[in-house]
Write a protein that binds this ligand. Structure first.
Ligand SMILES: Nc1ncnc2c1ncn2[C@@H]1O[C@H](COP(=O)(O)OP(=O)(O)OP(=O)(O)O)[C@@H](O)[C@H]1O
Ligand SMILES: [Mg+2]
Length: 609
């Protein structure tokens, strides 16, 4: 499994820039959240301060022997003030919450969109090395963790730090009690240290947490994709056991995270600060250096810190989870970027003729040990049909993938004498129709699959394409016809049906160059006939590469290329090769079993050379 080791692959600086870029994309929103949170905290702290001042006032009034009526008026004003502050805080709270959620959702949306686009633009070698389950976990779980970090994670964390700043400000100004502030400083150093060290311990656990979640997603993906194989081999119980191992592994990390969270308790420090403040404050009151109201205000402020402190451990968890998720997403986005590196993006492929030249092309997959193709050269005139034959694993499919620039290679590939590196990728790929060996259909209707590359094609065109691809007949036999659902990857269709739907799909996009990686050789003679008809119709007037075991197709080809041991060992027309190439005769002999061949004798006699 591709495990993302974030720290090794990306620099913290570039990650921070990326992440801040997403956050700061809504600066007004951030300001609103900051101001809203600060106002909420200020009101929360003003209430005990005013309470203390009211108490002091009451004491002074008693000493000054004010009338009950006068005292009641002061009390009424105080109640009104508290009431007004309460309402104000309620409104500010709602606005801040909305701003928070808005920021979270817009950031998530933007990152999700960016992630999706980045995955769409990755070269195939990226998909060769990465697990689908992992990508799915990133796009869902990791991303929602990022959302949690932004809201409520950030505001919860910010709450503590803004609270401390405002508290210090109020103690110095409204309460005018610098002694109490100085007394609290050591406690707050320990308080902050606790939070930071907890945060430091939480970071690696959060990363492991996300990784283990991905492992579960990947295991689920394996089982769903391989459902048929698992059942066919009756391996359900083994697969279940393996899956449970991932789940339990995840649970262990979850426990670790919860235990760590439970162990950190900065609230204790807050209680210790309050206790000490009461003690020191009482002495100062007795000495006449502090009023009772000030002490009440101060302890009240400390009490308002209890709430945010209680949730700080949760906030730190959210913060780290989100950061780990963001880092994993960014790391994935940074892998294998920049597929479209056309030397000159402006030159459009336009109306091409379809001449193709391979010049000393060599290629190997990132994962393979040696070359898959070694110094391949050949040329094809516009409209010709080239059959590629060779033993299994000789690189036939790989060769055609290079034409679409699905992988990097050395040497040159030219279309109409222009290096394909100069064409914009999209335009290059749109002019080549690829029917892969393993045909993939989207789990949608047949109609949508046929119209995949030409979404605006009308019904008549879709039916015409299906007819040419010999697909119309079997499609209309389905109860839902063109609306029939094809299943995951096209699993509800037979191989031959899938192939014909793919032919229709390619036909509709009308590419100048066609690549047909045809693996269905063992079909009944009626289907064989239909497929050949379909292929002939689709390849009409296009430069066509056909990788096939079908003798009738090979014979029709203008040129046959024989690949063996990474090299072209023979090329030319079938009639020439059959007499001149021992390699060709060997391969040909193998395929000649079905259907019977007129040259069988020659092949068998010459096969051993
Ligand atoms: N995505 C990949 N990553 C790494 N190696 C690959 C990849 N695809 C194919 N290979 C390897 O490259 C070699 C050539 O594969 P390719 O699919 O081109 O063969 P082929 O000639 O089309 O075979 P077949 O007739 O069985 O379809 C094989 O040895 C295969 O193992
Ligand atoms: Mg192949």
């Amino acid at each position: 499994m591709a495990v993302i080791t974030a720290k090794k692959e990306i620099s913290s600086k570039s990650f921070s820039r990326w992440f801040l870029g997403h956050l700061l994309a809504n600066p007004l929103n951030l300001v609103l959240i900051f101001v809203g949170t600060s106002v909420s905290i200020l009101i929360r702290m003003l209430i005990p301060v005013f309470l203390g001042q009211a108490l002091d006032q009451a004491i002074i009034d008693q000493q000054n022997l004010r009338t009950n009526n006068e005292q009641l008026v002061i009390l009424r004003d105080f109640v009104f003030l508290i009431f007004f502050l309460g309402i104000l805080r309620f409104i500010v709270g709602i606005v801040t919450s909305i701003a928070n959620e808005w920021l979270s959702w817009t950031s998530q949306k933007r990152i999700r969109e960016e992630f999706f686009n980045s995955i769409q633009n990755k070269p195939l070698k990226f998909h060769d090395s990465v697990r689908t389950g992992e990508l799915m976990a990133l796009a869902t779980n990791d991303l929602s963790q990022v959302g949690g970090l932004i809201s409520p994670g950030f505001s919860m964390m910010a709450d503590v730090f803004i609270s401390i700043t405002i508290a210090a400000f109020l103690v110095l100004t409204l309460l005018n009690a610098p002694q109490l502030l100085i007394m609290s400083i050591p406690f707050f150093i320990v308080y902050l240290w606790t939070i930071f060290s907890y945060n430091k311990k939480m970071a690696p656990i959060s990363h492991t947490f996300m990784r283990k979640w991905s492992a579960i997603a990947t295991a689920v993906q394996d089982n769903i994709t391989g459902a048929e194989v698992v059942r066919a081999f009756a391996e359900e119980s083994y697969e279940r056991k393996k899956f449970m191992e991932y789940v339990l592994d995840f649970r262990d990390t979850w426990y670790k995270r919860q235990i760590l969270q439970a162990r950190y308790f900065p609230t204790l420090i807050l209680f210790a600060t309050t206790g000490t403040a009461v003690l020191v404050g009482s002495v100062l009151i007795l000495r006449g250096e502090l009023t009772i109201g000030t002490l009440i205000g101060f302890t009240g402020i400390l009490f308002t810190l209890i709430g945010p402190t209680y949730i700080i451990s949760f906030a730190v968890m959210l913060y780290n989870g989100g950061l780990a998720g963001a880092r994993r997403i960014y790391t994935m986005e940074m892998k294998e970027i920049g597929e479209d590196v056309s030397e000159n993006n402006s030159s459009s492929i336009g109306n091409i003729q379809g001449k193709i030249v391979f010049k000393n092309v060599s290629f190997q997959y990132p994962a393979s040990k040696g070359p898959i193709l070694d110094n391949i050269s050949f040329s094809v005139a516009p409209g010709q049909m080239i059959a590629i034959v060779g033993p299994t694993g000789s690189g036939k499919s790989s060769l055609t993938k290079l034409l679409l620039r699905l992988y990097d290679y050395s040497g040159e590939i030219l279309i109409d004498d222009v290096n394909i590196q100069k064409f914009p990728l999209e335009s290059l790929r749109k002019s080549i129709g690829l029917i892969e060996q393993d045909i993939y259909l989207f789990p949608r209707s047949i109609r949508k699959n046929i119209a995949f590359g030409a979404r605006d094609a009308d019904e008549a065109k879709i039916i015409q394409a299906a007819k040419l691809a010999q697909a119309h007949e079997f499609i209309t036999e389905f109860p839902k016809g063109y609306d029939s659902y094809v299943g995951e990857g096209g699993s509800q269709l037979s191989g031959g049906q899938r192939q014909r739907v793919a032919l229709a799909r390619t036909f509709l996009t009308d590419p100048r160059i066609l690549i047909l990686d045809d693996s269905t050789s063992s079909v009944d003679s009626k289907t064989e006939e239909e497929i050949v008809k379909a292929i002939n119709a689709v390849s009409q007037g296009r430069t066509t590469f056909i990788i096939t075991h079908r003798l009738s197709q090979i014979r029709r080809a203008d040129c046959v290329i024989v690949i063996k041991g990474n090299k072209i060992v023979a090329k030319g027309h079938h009639s020439k090769l059959i007499s001149q190439s021992a390699d060709y005769r060997r391969i040909f002999g193998k395929y000649a079993v079905l259907p019977p061949l007129e040259n069988r004798e020659t092949v068998e006699n010459g096969g051993g050379t």
